[in-house]
Ligand binder design. Structure first.
Ligand SMILES: NC(=O)c1ccc[n+]([C@@H]2O[C@H](COP(=O)([O-])OP(=O)(O)OC[C@H]3O[C@@H](n4cnc5c(N)ncnc54)[C@H](O)[C@@H]3O)[C@@H](O)[C@H]2O)c1
Length: 295
């Protein structure tokens, strides 16, 4: 039986681990070849380490284990030229691009003194990095016509009203980096709508997904733990679990990367051929529980 991604080539940023790796493996299991990009080094303001080259190679091996090809390249989404070259190399090896997963992201929530530049660091990766990814992909996508799909990774932070309010004290735990993250994710909703409109006549589609707490390195970081348990000096994963579960309507503390990959697979496949410009939560019901923001 033909897979749901048969004949497709997917460009995935942040593919070294977490959700990006889950997208790569899931889409390969349905017949796609993968161009996998990751920074493979750390960003100073980000308090937890990012993927390594070995992580990206592990993703490549997993894709190849599905019987598909994977071109894995170290590139920084902040650098449009690097991305352009990486994608050109991938397309020259794998052929016409059909799918883009603009997934790479950081959450530079400084634990010490807040640094205003962390706001800029978040925006450079979480907003400009997405725009760079889409910009370099468009020339490769448009001739593909109907079937081309761009999936952007947002966050429930894009949907929660109070995370961008000027009344949120920038010296709180969110700090400038956390605010920059929320600000970027919110901006991605409007960006998705704009790009969906401008690309529609070419047949290419653009949608954004909004995961809640997802079981990856980003979630299992001191910053996220402390946001959920500001009452504790030292927060463990066990302390975080009940607070994260309270955030959701469904009885779960988090979702798994593979669940997001299932949704992204649907948006990448032709099954969603009439969907564009959509902003889709995968949030265990947190937005219906907290429509005005968590109390
Ligand atoms: N985990 C969560 O709770 C959660 C919730 C909502 C949204 N998200 C979003 O999901 C996406 C994936 O994150 P994740 O949860 O898999 O976390 P993760 O930290 O495990 O993965 C992020 C990946 O992006 C890569 N990356 C970071 N900066 C990069 C850059 N400049 N260039 C290229 N690659 C870069 C990292 O090396 C890493 O491999 C992000 O956009 C994140 O904001 C995560």
């Amino acid at each position: 039986m033909a897979g749901r991604m048969e004949g497709k080539v997917s460009f995935i940023t942040g593919a070294g681990r977490g959700q990006g790796r889950a997208h790569a493996v899931k889409q390969a299991s349905e017949g796609a070849d993968i161009i996998a990009i990751d920074i493979c080094e750390n960003i100073e303001s980000n308090p937890y380490p990012l993927s390594s080259w070995d992580d990206l190679m592990a993703t490549k091996a997993l894709v190849e284990g599905q019987g598909r090809k994977c071109v894995a390249i170290k590139a920084d989404v902040r650098d449009r030229n690097q991305l352009r070259e990486a994608l050109a190399e991938g397309v020259s090896q794998l052929g016409q691009l059909t799918t883009v997963c603009a997934n790479a992201g950081i959450l530079p929530m400084a634990m010490g003194d807040p640094n205003p530049l962390d706001f800029q660091d978040a925006i450079d990766v979480d907003l400009i990095g997405v725009m760079n990814t889409v910009a370099v992909a468009i020339p490769h996508l448009i001739p593909a016509g109907r079937g081309a799909s761009i999936i952007i990774t947002g966050s429930t932070a894009a949907l929660i009203p109070n995370t961008m309010s000027p009344s949120v004290d920038p010296r709180t735990l969110m700090g400038p980096g956390g605010s920059g993250y929320s600000w970027s994710k919110k901006a991605l909703v409007g960006y998705t709508e704009q790009m969906a409109l401008h690309l529609a006549s070419s047949g290419a589609r653009v949608n954004v997904v909004h995961p809640t707490n997802c079981n990856t390195h980003l979630m299992n970081s001191e910053g996220i733990y402390k946001i959920f348990r500001p009452d504790l000096e030292e927060v463990t994963r066990e302390d975080f679990i009940p607070a994260s579960e309270h955030y959701h309507a469904l009885p779960t503390p988090w979702i798994e990367p593979e669940e997001v990959a299932d949704l992204v697979l649907y948006l990448a496949s032709d099954e969603s051929k009439s969907m564009t410009g959509a902003s889709i939560p995968i949030d265990a019901g947190c937005m219906v529980k907290w429509p005005n923001g968590p109390g």
